[in-house]
Design a protein. Sequence first.
Lengths: 169, 429
Amino acid sequence: MNHPLSELLKSALGDAISQVTLFRDEVTLHTSRERILDVLTHLRDVQQFDMLTDETCVDYYPREPRFGILYQLYSIPRNLRVRVKVMLSEYDASLPSAVPVYRNANWLEREIYDLFGIHFEGHPDLRRILLPPDYPGHPLRKEVPVTVEENAFSFNRARIDAAKPYATE
Amino acid sequence: MTIVESPIRVEDAPQNAVRVEDVQLDITLEQLKKLVSPRALTGETMLLNMGPQHPSTHGVLRLLLELDGETIVSCIPDIGYLHTGIEKTAEGKTYLKVIPLTDRTDYLAPMSNNLAFCGAVEKLVGIDVPIRAQYLRVILMELTRMNSHLVWLGTHALDIGAMSVFLYCMREREMILDIYEAVSGARMMSSYIRPGGLWRDVPAHFPQLVQRVLDVFPGRILEYEKLLKENPLWKERTVGIGKISAQDAIAWGMTGPCLRGSGVNYDVRKAQPYSSYDHFEFSVPLGSHGDVYDRYKCRMEEFNQSLKIIKQAMDRLPPGPVMTDDRKVAPPPKHEIAYSMESLIHHFKLWTEGFRAPEGEVYFAVESGKGEYGVLLSGDGSPKPRRVHFRAPSFHNLQPLGEISKGALLADIVAIIGSIDIVLGDVDR
């Protein structure tokens, strides 16, 4: 833990940060969803991290808590990057929206909601962004297999029957 | 459908307009009411659907416009028509096999995407790249930037009405595509940059091909500028249109020429140099007004800076290998496979099973033609990534479109979309 930024942020943010990790010279601050808006506001206003470069989700299945929300921040005046990470349980996958702090979180959070099914409280316009609205499920979750292709043609009678729309009266 | 006797008359016009109740936008009525102004509900303003099959939306972007006469009251972009699930597909492939997918995100700048992904893999695994490969990457990155800017300039000018520029730009783009073909065998989907270096060394006639670009281009740039820079029609359509302030551009996460057009000096090549960009001298052109014209001027000046970098890199191009000698990721040379059974097995294992990356997350960004193209890569110790996320510059640059175009004229939205330079493959991934 010898990165200068990690010590500085740890002391400035105090108990909001549960852990600071350093991997390949990248600082990651671990926080909880209760404190995430405090941490982001502090980083933006006091530490000059003025740009939300990216926000995304990683599914750590089968670990629990399962989802990690990653905020990738960049400071133009200080030329530094930092990552903030919040872990979420599968059974309560919701956290406050970052839109009040960083405007461009709007579409990024819609994308996470679309692909992972994570709910952002207080988001102004939370609906699917990439997929059609009637799409079943959230495909970037690990329980959705990567390669499943519907057979275009089959001699398997059971499969044909299962897929065939028969008229019912 | 009712036939209107005189459709141009004001009292008949609302029959042709789309009512709020009739809009099909993957959206419920309640959600839509929050996005449009209250005037749309009374029918005072008109809702107009633009795209997804509209030539000046540069692909399949759909806009729902709320218009008061010709003035835009609100603009709601609807994306996702080109979503191909690249990020999910990548989770099922080994690191090497993800590279062809990255070509297809921003398909006008394939090498930038290759480099962003390979840079992330190199960072995650901890691979050093030989200096010759780094220099060649820089040359190819700058050619890619020019390729991307040429398509931008051509289509942007075409949208506004300057058709001949499009033809000239496509003519010059051929030279760059020829170089792609010479090095990688493919004109667009190159997949040339690999973790640890390059697929193979450049062919013997590569310097001549690059020299041709260096010789021909400066004159051609002057030609474009002669057509556009002081053209009163061009200035009428671009100066003062689509303004965004520096603070807003930062807050919206805009990068690349869109951010620099507003006067913010942020370029990943300068701020956090990768692939030995710090060995070269170049300047970062900045605008001041943040309008369509300043974004145009930034990109035009970037042509000259790219040529400057390519020239320096070609002059100082060192000899040596173009692939790391770390056999964990680099395949054995072909001649070794011919006589060594171990090398054959090694090659086979590398291509079937792949190499393993450690557990952890890295973020690696490059400056592509459109802005900061980042890759967030999460490894889980297996040969396949746990998660790949592409931080697509077009996605971030497109997001403030609603705000930029507020109060503009309907014809201006075409100029604004052109000036933020989106590629829908990049937006939707």
